[in-house]
Design a protein around this ligand. Structure first.
Ligand SMILES: *Cc1c(COP(=O)(O)O)cnc(C)c1O
Length: 357
């Protein structure tokens, strides 16, 4: 079966070997075979950024990326903690919603979608005091903006504040410096790691787990970590998604890890960006501001998103709309997944055909 190529920001088009892994044997999740699988995934996740497992616990949770981000947000701030959430897109705003839902004291550093995070403004907010954590999205998939996590973390380290990071659409392809301020990062199988949807994870500093809270039974990060450390699991995991993640992580490592994956994405994204520029289609952000994973483009005049989407789908490509107020102005193309240079050539030719009728 070869469906459309997915150019949306996850789930991605799987490689054949990852797709085949989905059909692994039926497993009871209380048997050693499952715990071997879980141990393998946890070790491979830590290895992606060379983290040692004395300092970091890789915690697996079944569900989409949001479950990992929410488990991190709902568990790590203590009762008298206060979180500053940086918002410059949908996913930062979602972290604020999580703080609201779970009754966590918080304030926001609210920016327009796609705006650069001003680290000087952050420094001043933190200097005013009272914050235990900053919550931020690394790659804001809303616009493709790659927030400068290293600079943000440096300001937080200076202020003695921990950072909770949504790395859902950057883990496995962008540089992530796990400096002293980083408390935890949350991500999912089905973006840059090229796994299937259904498995998500948090890499959390073990020292932060002692103070963790249980604000929701299913989102109890410390509970998952403790169980998984003793080869257990609190609930029924999405075993097929775990099979796929183990295979995807093996493939990721074999092909050079995050630097190689990022480079591959960047080359394909440049190819698309250059091809579209020749058609007069501009990218939303300035050159260099986007992640390697996804770029947002302004819709060409006279072509609605729906027409562009439907005609490209008929040619075998699924592109992605803008969210909220951006939906009438932009479309997004992610270069994650099993995509080749020749696929991008065909994509550009199809867009040329549609826009230059
Ligand atoms: C995809 C994504 C998520 C999670 O979305 P799910 O639909 O729950 O997988 C969270 N944050 C960012 C930045 C994302 O790109």
């Amino acid at each position: 079966m070869s469906g459309e190529l997915l150019l949306n920001p996850g789930p991605v088009t799987l490689t054949p070997r990852v797709r085949d892994a989905l059909a692994g044997p039926d497993l009871c999740h209380r048997e050693p075979e499952f715990f071997d699988l879980q141990d393998e995934i946890r070790a491979r996740l830590a290895a992606v950024y060379e983290l040692d497992d004395e300092t970091w616990s890789p915690v697996l949770i079944s569900g989409s990326g949001t479950v990992a981000v929410e488990a991190m947000m709902a568990s790590l701030p203590a009762d008298d903690d206060r979180v500053l959430v940086i918002e410059n897109g949908v996913y930062g705003e979602r972290m604020t919603r999580m703080a609201e839902v779970h009754g966590i004291a918080h304030e926001t550093l609210a920016l327009a979608w796609g705006e650069v995070v001003d680290t000087e403004a952050l420094r001043l907010r933190l200097a005013a005091g009272g914050f235990s954590h900053v919550a931020v999205v690394h790659h804001e998939t809303t616009t493709g903006r790659l927030n400068d996590l290293a600079a943000i973390a440096a300001v937080c380290a200076e202020a003695g504040v921990g950072v909770l990071v949504d790395v859902v659409s950057s883990f496995g392809a962008e540089a992530i410096e796990f400096g002293p301020a980083i408390t935890a990062v949350a991500a999912t199988a089905n973006k840059c790691l090229h796994g299937a949807p259904g498995a998500a994870f948090v890499l959390v500093r073990r020292s932060a787990l002692a103070a963790a809270r249980t604000r929701a039974l299913y989102l109890d990060l410390a509970g998952y970590s403790a169980k998984q450390d003793e080869r257990g699991t609190p609930f029924t995991p999405g075993v097929p998604a775990f099979y796929a993640l183990a295979e995807a992580l093996a493939e990721h490592a074999e092909f050079g890890g995050w630097p190689a994956r990022g480079e591959r994405y960047r080359r394909l994204a440049d190819q698309v960006g250059n091809g579209l520029a020749e058609l007069g289609i501009e990218s939303l952000l300035a050159p260099g501001a986007s992640s390697c994973v996804l770029r947002a483009y302004r819709l060409p005049s006279g072509v609605s998103y729906d027409v562009l989407h439907d005609r490209l789908k008929a040619e075998g490509f699924v592109i992605y709309a803008g969210q909220g107020g951006l939906s009438d102005h932009i479309f997004r193309i992610s270069t994650m997944g099993a995509l080749e240079v020749a696929d991008m050539d065909r994509l550009i030719a199809a867009i040329r055909e549609i826009t230059q009728r």
